[in-house]
Ligand binder design. Structure first.
Ligand code: SF4
Length: 371
Protein backbone atom coordinates (compact mmCIF):
# COMPACT_ATOMS: atom_id res chain seq x y z
CA UNK A 1 0.00 0.00 0.00
CA UNK A 2 1.25 3.47 -0.81
CA UNK A 3 1.93 5.51 2.30
CA UNK A 4 -0.09 8.45 0.97
CA UNK A 5 -3.15 6.17 0.53
CA UNK A 6 -2.74 4.49 3.87
CA UNK A 7 -2.45 7.83 5.62
CA UNK A 8 -5.66 9.30 4.23
CA UNK A 9 -7.77 10.33 7.22
CA UNK A 10 -4.81 10.99 9.48
CA UNK A 11 -4.88 14.63 10.50
CA UNK A 12 -1.33 15.66 9.89
CA UNK A 13 -0.07 13.48 7.06
CA UNK A 14 3.22 15.25 6.57
CA UNK A 15 4.14 15.00 10.25
CA UNK A 16 3.31 11.30 10.30
CA UNK A 17 5.26 10.67 7.10
CA UNK A 18 8.21 12.51 8.54
CA UNK A 19 8.05 10.49 11.76
CA UNK A 20 7.81 7.23 9.81
CA UNK A 21 10.92 8.21 7.89
CA UNK A 22 12.71 9.11 11.12
CA UNK A 23 11.71 5.76 12.60
CA UNK A 24 13.14 3.93 9.59
CA UNK A 25 16.30 6.04 9.76
CA UNK A 26 16.65 5.30 13.47
CA UNK A 27 16.38 1.58 12.79
CA UNK A 28 19.19 1.68 10.20
CA UNK A 29 21.97 -0.56 11.35
CA UNK A 30 20.03 -2.11 14.22
CA UNK A 31 20.86 -5.80 13.92
CA UNK A 32 17.59 -7.46 14.97
CA UNK A 33 13.83 -7.07 15.18
CA UNK A 34 12.31 -5.18 18.11
CA UNK A 35 9.16 -6.18 19.99
CA UNK A 36 7.47 -3.38 21.85
CA UNK A 37 4.39 -3.77 24.02
CA UNK A 38 1.73 -1.11 23.75
CA UNK A 39 0.33 -1.47 27.25
CA UNK A 40 -2.87 0.51 26.77
CA UNK A 41 -6.00 -0.65 24.95
CA UNK A 42 -6.48 2.86 23.59
CA UNK A 43 -3.06 2.56 21.93
CA UNK A 44 -4.13 -0.74 20.41
CA UNK A 45 -7.30 0.81 19.00
CA UNK A 46 -5.45 3.85 17.68
CA UNK A 47 -2.81 1.69 15.99
CA UNK A 48 -5.53 -0.24 14.18
CA UNK A 49 -7.81 2.70 13.44
CA UNK A 50 -5.03 4.57 11.70
CA UNK A 51 -3.55 1.53 9.96
CA UNK A 52 -0.19 2.08 11.61
CA UNK A 53 0.74 -1.60 11.80
CA UNK A 54 0.87 -1.88 8.02
CA UNK A 55 3.09 1.19 7.81
CA UNK A 56 5.65 0.28 10.44
CA UNK A 57 9.04 -1.04 9.35
CA UNK A 58 9.27 -4.85 9.31
CA UNK A 59 11.72 -4.77 12.19
CA UNK A 60 9.11 -3.35 14.59
CA UNK A 61 6.59 -5.71 16.11
CA UNK A 62 3.86 -4.36 18.38
CA UNK A 63 2.30 -6.59 21.06
CA UNK A 64 -0.88 -5.66 22.92
CA UNK A 65 -0.64 -5.65 26.72
CA UNK A 66 -2.95 -5.87 29.73
CA UNK A 67 -4.19 -2.27 29.51
CA UNK A 68 -7.87 -2.84 28.75
CA UNK A 69 -9.61 -2.60 32.16
CA UNK A 70 -12.70 -4.50 31.12
CA UNK A 71 -10.66 -7.28 29.50
CA UNK A 72 -8.63 -7.93 32.65
CA UNK A 73 -11.67 -8.12 34.93
CA UNK A 74 -11.67 -11.77 35.93
CA UNK A 75 -14.52 -14.14 35.14
CA UNK A 76 -14.89 -14.66 38.92
CA UNK A 77 -15.41 -10.93 39.41
CA UNK A 78 -17.98 -10.85 36.60
CA UNK A 79 -19.81 -13.78 38.25
CA UNK A 80 -19.83 -11.93 41.59
CA UNK A 81 -21.27 -8.89 39.82
CA UNK A 82 -23.98 -11.09 38.30
CA UNK A 83 -24.83 -12.40 41.76
CA UNK A 84 -25.28 -8.80 42.86
CA UNK A 85 -27.55 -7.98 39.94
CA UNK A 86 -29.85 -10.82 40.96
CA UNK A 87 -30.22 -9.69 44.58
CA UNK A 88 -33.61 -8.38 45.57
CA UNK A 89 -33.67 -4.62 46.03
CA UNK A 90 -30.25 -4.13 44.39
CA UNK A 91 -29.70 -2.00 41.31
CA UNK A 92 -26.35 -2.32 39.55
CA UNK A 93 -24.87 0.74 37.82
CA UNK A 94 -22.10 0.10 35.31
CA UNK A 95 -20.14 1.64 32.48
CA UNK A 96 -21.43 0.31 29.15
CA UNK A 97 -18.25 -1.62 28.31
CA UNK A 98 -18.90 -4.16 31.06
CA UNK A 99 -22.51 -4.82 30.11
CA UNK A 100 -21.87 -7.69 27.71
CA UNK A 101 -18.66 -9.10 29.20
CA UNK A 102 -19.17 -12.80 29.87
CA UNK A 103 -18.45 -14.53 33.16
CA UNK A 104 -19.05 -18.23 33.60
CA UNK A 105 -22.76 -17.64 34.30
CA UNK A 106 -23.57 -15.13 31.56
CA UNK A 107 -23.34 -11.36 31.40
CA UNK A 108 -25.05 -8.31 32.86
CA UNK A 109 -27.02 -8.07 29.61
CA UNK A 110 -28.37 -11.54 30.30
CA UNK A 111 -29.03 -10.71 33.96
CA UNK A 112 -30.93 -7.62 32.86
CA UNK A 113 -33.00 -9.63 30.37
CA UNK A 114 -33.80 -12.07 33.19
CA UNK A 115 -35.20 -9.34 35.42
CA UNK A 116 -32.06 -8.03 37.16
CA UNK A 117 -31.86 -4.26 37.58
CA UNK A 118 -28.88 -2.98 35.61
CA UNK A 119 -28.31 0.65 34.59
CA UNK A 120 -25.63 1.91 32.24
CA UNK A 121 -24.13 5.12 33.59
CA UNK A 122 -21.49 7.51 32.30
CA UNK A 123 -19.89 8.35 35.63
CA UNK A 124 -19.95 7.26 39.28
CA UNK A 125 -21.75 10.51 40.02
CA UNK A 126 -24.65 9.28 37.83
CA UNK A 127 -24.76 6.14 39.96
CA UNK A 128 -24.91 8.20 43.14
CA UNK A 129 -27.73 10.25 41.66
CA UNK A 130 -29.52 6.99 40.89
CA UNK A 131 -29.27 6.12 44.58
CA UNK A 132 -30.64 9.52 45.57
CA UNK A 133 -33.54 9.12 43.12
CA UNK A 134 -34.36 5.58 44.29
CA UNK A 135 -34.14 5.57 48.10
CA UNK A 136 -35.92 2.21 48.38
CA UNK A 137 -33.20 0.47 46.34
CA UNK A 138 -29.53 -0.21 47.03
CA UNK A 139 -27.36 1.03 44.17
CA UNK A 140 -24.00 -0.66 43.54
CA UNK A 141 -21.57 1.09 41.23
CA UNK A 142 -19.17 -1.29 39.50
CA UNK A 143 -15.70 0.15 39.93
CA UNK A 144 -13.76 -1.32 37.02
CA UNK A 145 -10.76 0.54 35.73
CA UNK A 146 -7.20 1.69 36.28
CA UNK A 147 -5.78 4.77 37.97
CA UNK A 148 -7.39 7.01 35.34
CA UNK A 149 -10.95 6.51 36.54
CA UNK A 150 -10.39 5.67 40.21
CA UNK A 151 -10.05 9.28 41.51
CA UNK A 152 -13.60 10.02 40.30
CA UNK A 153 -14.92 6.96 42.10
CA UNK A 154 -13.09 7.96 45.29
CA UNK A 155 -14.53 11.48 45.10
CA UNK A 156 -18.01 10.02 44.66
CA UNK A 157 -17.62 7.81 47.75
CA UNK A 158 -16.53 10.86 49.72
CA UNK A 159 -19.53 12.80 48.44
CA UNK A 160 -21.87 9.94 49.40
CA UNK A 161 -20.36 9.84 52.88
CA UNK A 162 -20.56 13.62 53.21
CA UNK A 163 -24.22 13.60 52.16
CA UNK A 164 -24.94 10.55 54.36
CA UNK A 165 -26.33 8.56 51.42
CA UNK A 166 -26.84 5.10 52.82
CA UNK A 167 -28.14 3.16 49.81
CA UNK A 168 -24.99 3.39 47.69
CA UNK A 169 -21.78 1.34 47.56
CA UNK A 170 -18.92 0.52 45.19
CA UNK A 171 -17.95 -2.96 44.03
CA UNK A 172 -14.25 -2.33 43.64
CA UNK A 173 -12.57 -4.40 40.95
CA UNK A 174 -10.11 -1.54 40.40
CA UNK A 175 -6.61 -2.42 39.31
CA UNK A 176 -3.28 -0.66 39.27
CA UNK A 177 -0.93 -1.00 36.33
CA UNK A 178 2.69 -1.17 37.60
CA UNK A 179 2.26 -4.37 39.71
CA UNK A 180 0.63 -6.16 36.76
CA UNK A 181 3.48 -5.21 34.44
CA UNK A 182 5.95 -6.37 37.05
CA UNK A 183 4.14 -9.72 37.38
CA UNK A 184 3.96 -10.04 33.60
CA UNK A 185 7.71 -9.81 33.16
CA UNK A 186 8.84 -11.65 36.29
CA UNK A 187 8.84 -14.99 34.46
CA UNK A 188 10.19 -13.77 31.17
CA UNK A 189 11.18 -10.20 30.45
CA UNK A 190 13.11 -11.15 27.34
CA UNK A 191 10.09 -11.38 25.08
CA UNK A 192 9.80 -7.61 24.82
CA UNK A 193 12.34 -4.92 24.04
CA UNK A 194 10.49 -1.99 25.53
CA UNK A 195 7.21 -0.58 26.76
CA UNK A 196 5.01 2.03 25.15
CA UNK A 197 3.46 3.18 28.41
CA UNK A 198 -0.16 4.30 28.69
CA UNK A 199 -0.89 8.00 28.44
CA UNK A 200 -4.13 8.11 30.47
CA UNK A 201 -2.91 6.10 33.45
CA UNK A 202 0.40 7.94 33.44
CA UNK A 203 -1.38 11.30 33.72
CA UNK A 204 -2.31 10.14 37.24
CA UNK A 205 0.65 7.99 38.35
CA UNK A 206 3.35 9.95 36.51
CA UNK A 207 6.14 8.72 34.25
CA UNK A 208 8.20 7.98 37.37
CA UNK A 209 6.03 4.90 38.04
CA UNK A 210 7.87 2.96 35.30
CA UNK A 211 11.37 3.60 36.62
CA UNK A 212 11.44 0.46 38.80
CA UNK A 213 10.43 -1.61 35.75
CA UNK A 214 13.05 -0.03 33.51
CA UNK A 215 15.71 -0.61 36.18
CA UNK A 216 14.66 -4.17 37.04
CA UNK A 217 14.11 -5.53 33.54
CA UNK A 218 16.54 -3.26 31.72
CA UNK A 219 14.21 -2.24 28.93
CA UNK A 220 13.26 1.28 27.85
CA UNK A 221 9.87 2.73 28.76
CA UNK A 222 8.34 5.65 26.87
CA UNK A 223 5.04 7.28 27.82
CA UNK A 224 3.12 8.14 24.66
CA UNK A 225 -0.16 9.79 23.68
CA UNK A 226 -2.71 8.36 21.32
CA UNK A 227 -2.45 10.25 18.04
CA UNK A 228 -0.48 8.50 15.28
CA UNK A 229 2.30 11.07 15.65
CA UNK A 230 2.43 10.45 19.42
CA UNK A 231 2.78 6.71 18.93
CA UNK A 232 5.44 7.06 16.24
CA UNK A 233 7.38 9.53 18.38
CA UNK A 234 7.23 7.03 21.25
CA UNK A 235 8.54 4.25 19.00
CA UNK A 236 11.39 6.45 17.76
CA UNK A 237 12.41 7.13 21.35
CA UNK A 238 12.26 3.42 22.22
CA UNK A 239 14.42 2.49 19.21
CA UNK A 240 16.88 5.25 20.03
CA UNK A 241 17.33 3.90 23.56
CA UNK A 242 17.79 0.36 22.27
CA UNK A 243 20.45 1.52 19.81
CA UNK A 244 22.34 3.29 22.56
CA UNK A 245 21.94 0.46 25.06
CA UNK A 246 19.93 2.65 27.44
CA UNK A 247 17.03 1.48 29.61
CA UNK A 248 15.39 4.57 31.04
CA UNK A 249 11.97 6.21 31.24
CA UNK A 250 11.15 8.98 28.78
CA UNK A 251 8.01 11.02 28.37
CA UNK A 252 6.72 11.68 24.85
CA UNK A 253 3.41 12.98 26.19
CA UNK A 254 4.55 15.86 28.34
CA UNK A 255 1.58 18.00 27.30
CA UNK A 256 -0.51 15.73 29.58
CA UNK A 257 1.85 13.61 31.70
CA UNK A 258 4.34 14.86 34.27
CA UNK A 259 7.14 12.95 35.94
CA UNK A 260 5.42 12.86 39.36
CA UNK A 261 1.81 12.52 38.18
CA UNK A 262 -1.26 14.18 39.63
CA UNK A 263 -0.67 14.53 43.37
CA UNK A 264 -4.25 15.58 44.16
CA UNK A 265 -5.72 12.63 42.25
CA UNK A 266 -3.34 10.19 43.97
CA UNK A 267 -4.25 11.61 47.38
CA UNK A 268 -7.93 11.29 46.54
CA UNK A 269 -7.45 7.61 45.64
CA UNK A 270 -5.45 6.97 48.78
CA UNK A 271 -8.05 8.60 51.02
CA UNK A 272 -10.74 6.08 50.04
CA UNK A 273 -8.96 2.97 48.78
CA UNK A 274 -6.21 0.73 50.09
CA UNK A 275 -3.99 -1.71 48.24
CA UNK A 276 -5.16 -5.34 48.05
CA UNK A 277 -4.47 -8.48 46.04
CA UNK A 278 -6.77 -8.97 43.08
CA UNK A 279 -7.45 -11.43 40.26
CA UNK A 280 -6.65 -10.46 36.67
CA UNK A 281 -8.10 -12.33 33.73
CA UNK A 282 -5.34 -14.44 32.29
CA UNK A 283 -2.78 -13.36 34.86
CA UNK A 284 -4.28 -14.83 38.05
CA UNK A 285 -4.11 -13.16 41.44
CA UNK A 286 -1.42 -10.48 41.51
CA UNK A 287 -0.34 -9.28 44.97
CA UNK A 288 -0.96 -5.61 45.74
CA UNK A 289 -2.40 -4.90 42.30
CA UNK A 290 -5.95 -3.99 43.33
CA UNK A 291 -7.71 -1.39 45.43
CA UNK A 292 -10.34 -2.11 48.09
CA UNK A 293 -12.50 0.44 49.91
CA UNK A 294 -10.82 1.45 53.19
CA UNK A 295 -12.42 0.38 56.49
CA UNK A 296 -13.19 4.06 57.23
CA UNK A 297 -15.66 3.89 54.33
CA UNK A 298 -16.81 0.31 55.01
CA UNK A 299 -20.47 1.10 54.45
CA UNK A 300 -19.57 2.00 50.84
CA UNK A 301 -17.81 -1.33 50.24
CA UNK A 302 -20.34 -3.42 48.27
CA UNK A 303 -18.35 -6.65 48.64
CA UNK A 304 -18.40 -6.38 52.44
CA UNK A 305 -21.82 -4.85 52.86
CA UNK A 306 -23.62 -7.37 50.63
CA UNK A 307 -21.32 -10.26 51.49
CA UNK A 308 -20.32 -10.91 47.89
CA UNK A 309 -17.72 -13.55 47.23
CA UNK A 310 -15.46 -13.77 44.22
CA UNK A 311 -15.05 -17.34 43.05
CA UNK A 312 -12.21 -18.78 41.04
CA UNK A 313 -13.75 -19.82 37.74
CA UNK A 314 -12.12 -20.93 34.52
CA UNK A 315 -12.05 -18.93 31.34
CA UNK A 316 -14.39 -19.84 28.46
CA UNK A 317 -13.08 -22.99 26.72
CA UNK A 318 -10.86 -22.16 23.76
CA UNK A 319 -10.64 -18.41 24.55
CA UNK A 320 -7.10 -17.03 24.31
CA UNK A 321 -7.82 -13.71 26.07
CA UNK A 322 -5.38 -14.62 28.85
CA UNK A 323 -2.42 -15.09 26.54
CA UNK A 324 -3.43 -12.12 24.37
CA UNK A 325 -3.42 -9.89 27.47
CA UNK A 326 0.09 -11.14 28.25
CA UNK A 327 1.32 -10.36 24.74
CA UNK A 328 1.94 -14.04 24.08
CA UNK A 329 -0.65 -14.45 21.36
CA UNK A 330 -2.68 -12.44 18.86
CA UNK A 331 -6.45 -12.62 18.22
CA UNK A 332 -6.02 -14.18 14.78
CA UNK A 333 -4.44 -17.21 16.50
CA UNK A 334 -7.65 -17.91 18.43
CA UNK A 335 -9.65 -20.68 16.74
CA UNK A 336 -12.89 -18.98 17.83
CA UNK A 337 -12.01 -15.56 16.37
CA UNK A 338 -14.64 -14.46 13.85
CA UNK A 339 -16.34 -17.85 14.01
CA UNK A 340 -18.08 -18.54 17.31
CA UNK A 341 -16.66 -15.32 18.79
CA UNK A 342 -17.78 -12.06 17.18
CA UNK A 343 -18.72 -8.62 18.55
CA UNK A 344 -22.38 -9.65 18.37
CA UNK A 345 -21.77 -12.95 20.17
CA UNK A 346 -18.57 -12.45 22.18
CA UNK A 347 -17.02 -15.42 23.96
CA UNK A 348 -14.31 -13.47 25.79
CA UNK A 349 -13.97 -9.88 27.06
CA UNK A 350 -11.33 -8.92 24.48
CA UNK A 351 -14.08 -9.10 21.85
CA UNK A 352 -16.49 -6.95 23.88
CA UNK A 353 -14.57 -3.96 25.07
CA UNK A 354 -14.01 -0.97 22.83
CA UNK A 355 -10.34 -1.27 23.88
CA UNK A 356 -10.07 -5.03 23.42
CA UNK A 357 -7.54 -6.47 21.00
CA UNK A 358 -9.98 -8.96 19.48
CA UNK A 359 -12.54 -6.21 18.92
CA UNK A 360 -9.84 -4.11 17.23
CA UNK A 361 -8.76 -6.96 14.96
CA UNK A 362 -12.35 -7.74 14.08
CA UNK A 363 -13.43 -4.16 13.52
CA UNK A 364 -10.50 -3.32 11.28
CA UNK A 365 -10.59 -6.48 9.20
CA UNK A 366 -8.38 -8.77 11.24
CA UNK A 367 -5.46 -7.49 9.24
CA UNK A 368 -2.17 -8.17 10.90
CA UNK A 369 0.63 -8.76 8.49
CA UNK A 370 2.91 -9.66 11.40
CA UNK A 371 0.79 -12.44 12.88
FE1 SF4 B 1 -11.41 -14.87 23.48
FE2 SF4 B 1 -12.99 -14.36 21.38
FE3 SF4 B 1 -10.64 -13.19 21.51
FE4 SF4 B 1 -10.81 -15.81 21.05
S1 SF4 B 1 -11.53 -14.18 19.70
S2 SF4 B 1 -9.43 -14.78 22.45
S3 SF4 B 1 -12.61 -16.34 22.28
S4 SF4 B 1 -12.36 -12.89 22.93
Amino acid sequence: MEIKDALSGIDDDSLVKDLLKRLKDELQGYPSSLRFMEVCGTHTMSVFRHGLRSLLPDKIDLLAGPGCPVCVTSAGQVDAILDLACLNGVRVATFGDLYRVPGSQGSLALASASGGKVDIVYSPVDALQLAKNNPSEFVVFLGVGFETTIPGVAATVREAAGSKIDNFAVFSAHKTMPPALDALFTDDASRIDGLLCPGHVSAIIGACAYKPLADKYEFPCVVAGFEPADILQGLIMLVRQKKRGIASVENAYSRVVSWQGNKSALEMIDSVFQVCDTAWRGLGVIPASGLAVRPEFASYNAQKRLNVEEKMVSEPPGCLCGSILKGESVPAACPLFGRTCTPVNPVGPCMVSSEGSCAAYHRYGGVDRKS
